[in-house]
Design a protein. Structure first.
Length: 159
């Protein structure tokens, strides 16, 4: 009887939605052509949770988004060896790119602050999407095709 009472006491102090936290990765892959002779890159695209099959089954029950990290990965790059110096903006959150090498398999964990990650989560909660801009100068001005994979690591709380 003591254990049953403890169990019901536990349930009464817990918020049931906190018990349903699901870790997911929001994937978005884009392909860009960097023109021959280009000395910079300036690409903007929107990451939308409704375009990811893992999210569609939860869209109507998501209570909050807890962003735990954002990573950019070069899935493929057909141009010559080059690096990018510039920035990545995820909505209003911005981080600097320093000598990021554009080559197949190159991965970059974006060092957003906790407050910036929270702002990204709030934007997903409000709009279901966020705008991403990759901007910077290229060390080599010969063009190529860049296939960029954006991964947003997060936990969603569902009802």
């Amino acid at each position: 009887m003591k254990y049953i009472f403890m169990f019901f006491t536990f349930l009464s102090v817990c918020n049931a939605t906190d018990l349903l936290t699901i870790p997911l990765v929001l994937d978005d892959t884009r392909e860009f052509t960097i023109p021959s002779g280009a000395s910079s890159i300036d690409q903007t695209f929107t990451v939308n949770v409704g375009n990811d099959a893992d999210f569609t089954k939860y869209l109507n029950t998501i209570k909050s988004y807890d962003i735990t990290g954002v990573t950019l990965t070069v899935d493929s790059y057909s141009g010559p060896s080059t690096t990018v110096n510039g920035s990545v903006n995820f909505g209003t959150a911005s981080v600097q790119l320093t000598n990021w090498e554009l080559k197949t398999g190159s991965e970059l964990a974006l060092s957003f602050t906790t407050a910036q990650l929270a702002a990204i989560g709030e934007k997903f909660q409000a709009n279901g999407s966020e705008t991403v801009t990759v901007k910077g100068t290229l060390s080599n001005s010969t063009g190529g095709v860049l296939k960029l994979h954006t991964k947003v690591n997060l936990k969603i709380k569902v009802i």
